[in-house]
Design a protein around this ligand. Structure first.
Ligand code: ARG
Length: 366
């Protein structure tokens, strides 16, 4: 019996990780929380169905290569077991014509210390995605007597969970930004809803993005569930589609964070970092003007890197500006081609979930 699960942040030495799989991925049909989150000019609006096989194969190859690279750097890699995502699902509260994928794992699994918790996602199409990780969770459970295998309270996702007609008419970018600034999001507060990728773990402190995928009730839930940790709600007013914190605010090592220059953390929320001598620097510009085809995310996946330890980071191989910045910040860069995997939900940090990093629960903001 050994310790399998331990991780308190995104930068201590990584020893064991889950890398997602693209097989059977589907572009899900519209539902109350998703259409609001697909950019208005996206070619994906209104379309759904299995993703083209050729794109799945290309993404799978890049995911395999990422796994191999990690193994070469001494990191143990596990992979989920995809379901046939293209099937209709039903609960007592809703029906949906299909599921989505088991990409990216970062959205579903939250590792805090010796606990891995499956999240309370607001997308109906992601309701059963956790099942792809259950074989691994059982394995960790058998091998590690201290591993806490947890499922957050499951949201019901009835129509009451969403504001209807939230984005009904064609609204302008300005209007979207105004809604972000006013913290007016598509989900209601009838139950806690959160995606694991909205939670930034820094030891004793959790910084949780309040946005389209995580609501205030979730913040309150986190406070009560983790009474020994400090929960901070953060907002990034410049983001018209605030979903997941890891292309916006990305720590590289204790004391250093890169922040998306279009989505700067407000003055008020910077204080805790400044008071503790943390540096927040603007991330480098993305190397691309547009995301790849059939992609939900923005070009800022450029900064969605995977930190292996305080001096080593994996970056996407075509993101020349980001790699150069990493170098200047004193990081050794391992380039990995990953753009073919972007359409499946994100880049290198998104596509992984922590199982084991060395180190314990530090108090960085005493
Ligand atoms: N909302 C981010 C952007 O488009 C993408 C975040 C993806 N992260 C993730 N864990 N799926 O800039």
């Amino acid at each position: 019996m050994t310790k399998i699960v331990n991780s308190w942040n995104d930068f201590d030495p990584l020893k064991h990780v889950i890398v997602g799989r693209a097989e059977h991925s589907v572009i899900p049909p519209e539902e109350p929380a998703t259409s609001e989150k697909v950019p208005i000019d996206s070619e994906m609006r209104g379309m759904w169905g299995p993703r083209p096989l050729e794109t799945v194969e290309k993404a799978a190859a890049q995911l395999d290569f990422l796994a191999k690279t990690l193994e070469e750097h001494g990191v143990k890699v596990d992979r989920p077991t995809p379901l046939q995502w293209n099937q209709h699902i039903q609960t007592p509260d809703f029906r949906n014509d299909s599921m989505m994928t088991c990409m990216p794992p970062r959205d579903i699994l939250l590792t805090i210390g010796n606990e891995i918790m499956a999240s309370a996602n607001s997308f109906r199409c992601r309701y059963f995605e956790y099942l792809a990780y259950w074989p691994l969770m059982k394995q960790y459970f058998d091998e590690d007597p201290e591993f806490k295998w947890t499922q957050a309270p499951r949201p019901r996702l009835t129509d009451k969970s969403y504001k209807h007609n939230y984005y009904d008419e064609q609204i302008s970018l300005e209007e979207r930004l105004e809604r972000t600034a006013n913290k007016d999001f598509v989900t209601t507060e009838v139950e806690p809803m959160w995606d694991a990728a909205d939670v930034l773990r820094l030891g004793k402190d959790l910084f949780i993005q309040h946005g389209l995928t995580t609501n205030r009730t979730a913040m309150e839930w986190f406070k009560r569930y983790y009474p020994d940790l400090r929960v901070h709600a953060v907002n990034f007013p410049g983001d018209p589609y605030p979903i997941h914190i890891d292309a916006t605010f990305v720590p590289l090592r204790p004391g250093l964070i890169i922040n998306n220059p279009q989505r700067r953390l407000p003055e008020e929320q910077r204080k805790i970092f400044e008071a503790n001598d943390w540096q927040i620097v603007d991330a480098a510009q993305p190397a691309h003007d547009t995301p790849p085809p059939l992609c939900y995310s923005s070009v800022w996946l450029s900064m969605n890197c995977l930190v292996l330890d305080h001096k080593t980071v994996i970056c996407e191989a075509s993101e020349v500006h980001q790699m150069e910045q990493m170098d200047k910040l004193g990081m050794n860069v391992i380039p990995v081609p990953f753009r073919d995997a972007y359409p499946f939900g994100g880049a290198l940090h998104c596509a992984t979930a922590d199982v084991y990093r060395e180190g314990g629960c530090e108090d960085y903001f005493p």
